[in-house]
Ligand binder design. Structure first.
Ligand code: NDP
Length: 331
């Protein structure tokens, strides 16, 4: 079988030479193990952080070992109770064509008529759940509020904007990095206003889109976006700090927002989170999101890259904004 390994740690932007494609022999299945043929593997921004040596909420990738990540596939051989050949399963064993391990590493997922298994990596998976938890639990969105979401056309952002709409937000504003994405925000994902952060300073564009200020900020980007949001907050505003993709590939420390004192004067509450710590909300999420998708109340996009060998390029492209909605690799 084929796997993709991290072989050296990148400084700044990763390069293809930091990775290698490795052929491995599969042992016979032991009792309690299953073998899975992957159909989709995930590429996610947090994977960049795991390439660094430094300890973070997710352990660093080990060198010369597989790039672990979310993946979905089907059981092709089973020596474990409760797993039958053909069952669709989700796991975290990452960038490989065949995954084989004790059955406890896998969870059978629901097959949804007309939808590919990749939905369990995106809208019904980790990124959809992140949007749900961030907006409703971390930021505590209330109906009638004005919400600003950065990275708004990505996997998390496109879900967050639509959840805000469904939960009665008065005005939902998004930012993204191309004119095409900005159009999609208002035309497909139900944002009231949107702007391209590459067109000019975020502060001014956000002010034009939200002249009465914002109550909630869902931060996927950090940096200039976070500073602009701090200026736009109304008293009592809340921010869910979900990610800071604008700083992941910097070689120097990122500048902090220069206006943190607004937190004092306006009584703001910014809270960071990692979705793995909020598993108790998963049942509510999956019930709500499955219904919203089935009823067409939430729509989603996936950007599908063909071939395991293109995984590294897919991750680089994701960090440069080539995706709309969830980026996945199809095997
Ligand atoms: P996305 O699908 O949003 O893909 C990343 C996007 O980031 C790109 O498409 C690009 O869009 C945008 N981007 C890249 N560089 C910049 C930049 N310098 N400034 C602004 N935007 C930029 O990824 P996800 O939805 O998976 O993740 C979104 C965020 O959420 C990330 O920060 C990620 O780390 C975080 N996250 C956090 C989790 C948690 O538990 N806290 C869980 C999952 C994700 P564009 O064309 O608009 O620039």
């Amino acid at each position: 079988s084929t796997q993709i390994h991290l072989v050296s740690r990148p400084t700044g932007w990763p390069e293809h030479s930091n990775f290698s494609t490795v052929a491995v022999e599969l042992a016979d299945l032991a009792d309690g193990e299953i073998r899975v043929a992957n159909e989709f593997t995930s590429v996610d921004p947090y994977m960049r952080g795991r390439m660094n040596e430094a300890k973070s909420y997710a352990a660093p990738y080990a060198l010369n070992e597989v790039m672990t990540a979310g993946a979905v596939g089907r059981v092709i051989e089973s020596r474990a109770e409760g797993f039958n050949v053909g069952d669709p399963v989700l796991h975290q064993l990452g960038w490989r064509d065949i995954a084989q391990a004790p059955a406890s590493n896998f969870r059978v997922v629901r097959e949804i008529e007309g939808l590919p298994l990749s939905v369990h990596l995106g809208i019904l998976g980790m990124t959809g759940f992140t949007a749900y938890v961030g907006l409703l639990e971390i930021a505590g969105l209330k109906s009638g509020e004005t919400v600003f979401i950065s990275g708004a056309a990505g996997a998390v952002g496109s879900a967050a904007g639509q959840i805000a709409r469904l939960k009665g937000a008065k005005r939902v504003i998004g930012s993204a990095g191309s004119a095409e994405k900005v159009d999609r925000l208002t035309q497909k994902y139900g944002y009231d206003a949107a702007f391209n952060y590459k067109d000019g300073p975020v502060r001014g564009q956000l002010h034009d889109a939200a002249p009465s200020g914002i109550d909630v900020y869902f931060d996927n980007v950090g940096g200039e976006h976070l500073e602009a949001a701090l200026d736009a907050f109304n008293p009592g505003g809340r921010g869910a700090l979900c990610g800071a993709i604008s700083v992941y590939n910097l070689t120097e420390a990122a500048l902090g927002p220069r206006n943190m004192s607004n937190m004092v004067t306006r009584g703001l509450n910014l809270k960071g989170f990692t979705v793995g710590n909020y598993a108790e909300h998963y049942p509510a999420f999956i019930a709500d999101m499955t219904a919203w998708v089935a009823q067409g109340k939430i729509v989603f996009d996936e950007t599908v890259v063909e071939g395991l060998k293109n995984s590294v390029q897919a991750l680089l492209d994701l960090m440069r904004g080539a995706n709309t909605g969830k980026m996945v690799v199809k095997l």
